[in-house]
Design a protein around this ligand. Structure first.
Ligand code: ATP
Length: 136
């Protein structure tokens, strides 16, 4: 069965939305396989966001991801990678569809980084890579 990595980013944890986000994952029918609260190191974030190194939002992104604890979650289900990205909504929370995590719970806070509550792996290759980074 397929697995993916979900992160509840520091904004989601700080706003006490962990339960609400877990509720949506469980209500959709996906299985929680593993979960932990993490304070990610610079090394972990550099590896996780490897593809964004050099982009203008990279440094604000890493700083944001170190601004508080993150909840790392391993979830499983048929087509869970696609399914969670659909639950999350588009990257920019302002335009994310109502009904999605980002569309219902997120907004633009006028910062250099999009504080968009969650991360979900975007392909089977990145899911394997990211689950290895966060869960070993
Ligand atoms: P995630 O990978 O976190 O699920 P995503 O796949 O929708 O989100 P990516 O393109 O992988 O987005 O970008 C990673 C993260 O970097 C985004 O979730 C967002 O927090 C931030 N980000 C991406 N693009 C921008 C941008 N243009 N300006 C500010 N922040 C951005």
């Amino acid at each position: 069965v397929e697995e993916t990595l979900v992160l509840i980013k520091p904004d989601g944890v700080a706003r006490n939305l962990t339960g609400e986000i877990l509720r949506r994952i469980e209500a959709k029918g996906y299985q929680l396989v593993d979960i932990k609260l993490v304070e990610p190191s610079l090394e972990l974030l550099a590896a996780h966001y490897e593809e964004h190194q050099g982009k203008p939002f990279y440094e604000p992104l890493v700083e944001f991801m170190q601004s508080g604890p993150v909840v790392a979650i391993r979830i499983a289900g048929n087509r869970v990678i696609e399914g969670f990205r659909s639950l999350a909504g588009t990257t920019d929370p302002t335009g994310a569809a109502p009904g999605t995590i980002r569309g219902d719970l997120g907004r633009d806070w006028g910062l250099k980084v999009q504080q968009n509550l969650v991360h979900g792996s975007d392909s089977p290759e990145s899911a394997q890579r990211e689950l290895g980074l966060w869960f070993g």
